[in-house]
Design a protein around this ligand. Structure first.
Ligand SMILES: [Zn+2]
Length: 163
């Protein structure tokens, strides 16, 4: 996200030189710099034995299954966002949440933090944001995730680790 107006007072920002970042949008009223920031998101592969949980959410990709994903709230750790999003979207409880690496989505200005988590308990309860969700074989998942590039990269990492 690139700031044009001050998020505090609404004044149009001017450019001010920062010694290590170059020109940065600046509010003289609040004496504050507003650095460009991507929105941080989490993507998580939920694993249960040799199965992985896939979802269908047309508003993300029309013809592709995806992994659970969501925005990180300003007041929570990324791992807490993983736990919360999984519970909200699927009804399941996960543990052993492990970071796999980050990815950047150009155009959408998203910083995606990718995770693997293991199924712990609960039955699938579909949220209204989700059209379909179920367990798939990990080996078959990539073929079903045609449009989800980041999700596919996550599954490839997991397949490599399982070998
Ligand atoms: Zn201001």
């Amino acid at each position: 996200m690139k700031f044009v107006y001050c998020p505090l007072c609404g004044k149009k920002l001017e450019e001010r030189h920062s010694w290590d970042e170059g020109g940065v949008p600046y509010c003289s009223e609040d004496d504050m710099m507003f650095f460009d920031v991507p929105r941080p998101c989490i993507v998580v592969a939920i694993i249960k034995e040799n199965k992985i949980l896939l979802l269908k959410q047309s508003y993300i990709y029309k013809n592709s299954k995806v992994l659970v994903s969501g925005y990180i709230s300003p007041d929570e750790k990324a791992e807490d966002a993983v736990y919360r999003e999984v519970k909200e979207e699927t009804g399941l409880i996960v543990d052993n949440i492990k970071y796999l690496g980050s990815d950047y989505v150009k155009g959408k200005d998203l910083l995606m933090l990718t995770y693997i988590a293991h199924y712990k308990s609960g039955e699938i309860i579909k949220s209204s944001e989700v059209e379909w969700l179920d367990w798939s074989n990990i080996e078959d998942a990539i073929g079903e995730m045609t449009e989800d590039k980041i999700g596919k990269a996550v599954v490839r990492k997991i397949l490599n680790e399982l070998k």
